[in-house]
Design a protein around this ligand. Structure first.
Ligand code: FEO
Length: 391
């Protein structure tokens, strides 16, 4: 890849990571890879907004060098200090040691502990600006979107918003704009990103969108730090509004794991009931599915049914991580229901119900459990129960 002009005087100088398959350690699956987007704005002063993940530092430097000698960078703006964006910062500082660096107070605190050294960094807050000649860089703090240090940078003369992680997607490609890609897939990845990273901060997302509206920012391009750049920003802004408001589809997600197929049989009987009621339904066998995809589907579903056989008075060990994710991601605002099978004693349903409630999910009915193998009558009862919950 080479650097790409995204607007007059503005260059994408980031890196494409085609081969990454998990992000945040093992927590987030990235089957489509990702990009680490950094932007160079050429004016009387040269400004770099964000860097890239450390192993890609040389790619960033090569892209910058296609435009200008990296030693000539005057300003470095750090919107976020997670390693995928700040990893190459020390290398850039080695090449441009006199560059002025701008970041939030929280970012400055974090940088000290990330690199064990004191960089000379100017602390900025919402409303602060710098001028580089023709262009003004305006800073908007965005704490908890998604870290306390996060900030957006806005360039009014270019109507360009650089919001770092917000509005991004993990998606590697050889084109830079969302309108050059399959928009359905891009939005799917953007929603996965939202559901699995930003959802706990939905109230802050809505507040930030409102603040952007109140500030009267004219935006005709949003250039996030991952994935595609939005030349049609209303598409992703409207999607974020919808996701943050928790708008749900008339759909049930059934996620289960099974030991000897009894819970699986119940899951499919429940799906029959969902179908009888005229609702859309989708089934995931948890241990064979991508957790992030399950979470994404649950994110905008009206209801979620979780099933597990009892194993040592608890759920199967493969079910607990999903339940913990639902709690951590605060997926509430929907209804839930537990089901499963047991042998000599129970316990799984109680755990599931507790976790669903802890996630803010309202229980629609007491758990439905069977002993050993479900009979035809019990399967019919499960089917009818699911249907009755939805009609
Ligand atoms: Fe893309 Fe929060 O890092």
């Amino acid at each position: 890849m080479s650097s790409v002009v995204i607007k007059p005087d503005v260059y994408w100088v980031g890196a494409v990571d085609w081969n990454i398959r998990t992000f945040h350690g093992p927590a987030y699956s990235t089957p489509r890879g990702t990009t680490y987007n950094a932007y160079l704005i050429v004016d009387e002063q040269i400004t770099l907004v964000d860097t890239v993940y450390g192993p890609f530092a040389q790619e960033l430097i090569r892209h910058i060098a296609e435009i200008v000698d990296p030693a000539k960078i005057d300003n470095i703006i750090i919107n976020h200090i997670e390693s995928d964006h700040i990893g190459a910062f020390p290398e850039i500082m080695r090449l441009a040691p006199n560059a002025n660096v701008y970041a939030t107070a929280n970012a400055v605190r974090g940088i000290k502990k990330l690199f064990f050294r004191d960089y000379d960094i100017t602390v900025v807050k919402t409303g602060d600006t710098i001028s580089t000649g023709k262009y003004t860089f305006s800073f908007i703090e965005a704490p908890m979107l998604h870290w306390p240090d996060s900030m957006f940078t806005y360039i009014p003369e270019l109507k360009l918003l650089l919001p770092n992680d917000a509005f991004g997607q993990h998606y590697a490609a050889n084109v830079r704009f969302a309108d050059q890609a399959d928009l359905g897939l891009v939005l799917m990845e953007a929603q996965k990103y939202y559901a699995n990273i930003l959802n706990p901060f939905s109230k802050l997302v809505l507040k930030k969108l409102e603040e952007i509206g109140e500030l009267g920012l004219e935006i005709d391009m949003i250039a996030p730090s991952h994935g595609f750049i939005w030349r049609n920003p209303e598409v992703i802004i409207e999607a974020y509004q919808r996701w943050a408001q928790g708008t749900a589809e008339r759909r049930i997600v059934i996620a289960y794991d099974t030991m000897w197929e009894s819970t699986a049989k119940l899951a499919h009987a429940l799906l029959e009931g969902v179908t009888d009621a005229g609702w859309r339904g989708i089934i995931f066998e948890i241990s064979k599915s991508d957790h992030n995809e399950i979470v994404t589907k649950i994110h905008d579903a009206e209801g979620v049914f979780i099933g597990s056989p009892t194993y040592y008075n608890n759920t199967l060990t493969t079910v607990s991580p999903l339940l913990d994710e639902l709690v951590g991601l605060k997926v509430g605002g929907k209804f839930g229901f537990a089901f499963g099978s047991q042998g000599w004693s129970g316990g799984a349903a109680k755990t599931i119900e507790g976790k669903l409630q802890a996630a803010g999910i309202e229980l629609a009915a007491p758990a439905y459990t069977v002993q050993w193998v479900p009979t035809d009558e019990e399967l019919a009862e499960a089917r009818s129960l699911a249907s009755s919950l939805l009609t």
